[in-house]
Design a protein around this ligand. Sequence first.
Ligand SMILES: Nc1ncnc2c1ncn2[C@@H]1O[C@H](COP(=O)(O)OP(=O)(O)O)[C@@H](O)[C@H]1O
Ligand SMILES: [Mg+2]
Length: 256
Amino acid sequence: MYLIGQACYTAKNHGRSLMLDIIRCGNHTLLTAVNNPLNIQQDWFAPNYWQRKDAIIAEKKGRSTTWFFDYSGGVGVLRHYWRGGLIGKLLSDQYLYTGLTKTRTYQEYVLLAELEKKGLNVPKPLAAKISKNGLIYRGDLITQAISNAESLLEILKNRPLTLAEITHIGQTIADFHRQGVFHADLNINNIMLDNNGKVYIIDFDRGRLVSPSHWRLKENIQRLHRSFIKEKGRNGSFFWDVKQWDQLIRAYQDEL
Ligand SMILES: Nc1ncnc2c1ncn2[C@@H]1O[C@H](COP(=O)(O)OP(=O)(O)O)[C@@H](O)[C@H]1O
Ligand SMILES: [Mg+2]
């Protein structure tokens, strides 16, 4: 069987506020920055494509695999959308399609672009792909890798955070909350620290903008607290205690 290259075209009406191009290729829709400056094609979303080029520089295995690849110009991070929980066991990576802008992939891509524009510390979104098949879709997202960064979980297994780092973490969460950014899963895997002490928040699947006074923002803080406690319980060495949580909350509240 021969694979025939699909003709792609850029939809005339750009996405909300002209931040993205919507490129249609058969059953697939690609989202990229306007005019697709990196010339991202469908094959960017296939780990095999980067493997063949010997361009995979790392893989992270959690519930699923995240691929880090070198695209001559930078490092991209490719993540496929997988379902969690009980439904995930049956439907794995399939979601009900009710319109492009309703897909989790579209929503995360657009939210990241908006947050980046607001000057918040998030990974830059490079592209997203939504593949539709009848009533279902599958999704993938590519972000720019945050260089020389580790998650709080990775760090705390090896050393405690300094007071300056804890303060930056509290302040960074407050920066997001002052702008009404609700994160659907704020845990210590989704907060990263680079080697200049800059704090990033990642993984905005199901995140959204709410009013800065919205009660749900408190859930982020409670979720984060539970995540420190849970990881302390399950990791032999974990450099974290109550005093540090108090410092984080103080920095958060001072900045709010
Ligand atoms: N842009 C990025 N730069 C650096 N590391 C990243 C980036 N995006 C994801 N990662 C790493 O990959 C892991 C998984 O990515 P994430 O977006 O949190 O997906 P999920 O939690 O759904 O697997 C993160 O915990 C982080 O270590
Ligand atoms: Mg995550």
